[in-house]
Design a protein around this ligand. Structure first.
Ligand SMILES: [Zn+2]
Ligand SMILES: [Zn+2]
Length: 100
């Protein structure tokens, strides 16, 4: 499979344009609706063939990494924790997620 580049993409849930790279950190979810896409087996590896939409399903505060949101794949149920981008992510939406 061809390796995907880390660049701007269109959110498949709300159609917002998402800049994938910001401040050297890699971003894999939509800043507006927080949906992600199931592309990775291990975060960043792009080796999953699922490609399902991943729904933001919870949040927690990690002592070192800050706020994280839990994404659950709507196709296969895969779960993945992701750090947020405090400068652009929809903070109201993050706060409305259940604390796990
Ligand atoms: Zn979106
Ligand atoms: Zn999946």
């Amino acid at each position: 499979m061809k390796k995907k580049e880390n660049k701007t993409f269109v959110c498949e849930n709300c159609l917002a344009l998402v800049e994938a790279v910001k401040n050297q950190s890699y971003k894999n979810h939509c800043h507006r609706c927080l949906y992600s896409k199931h592309l990775d087996i291990v975060p960043g590896d792009r080796r999953s063939s699922c490609m399902g939409l991943m729904k933001p399903s919870g949040q927690r505060i990690h002592t070192k990494k800050g706020i994280q949101i839990l994404h659950i794949c709507e196709d296969c149920g895969h779960k993945q924790w992701n750090i947020i981008d405090e400068s652009s992510d929809n903070f109201d939406l993050i706060c409305s997620l259940e604390v796990i």
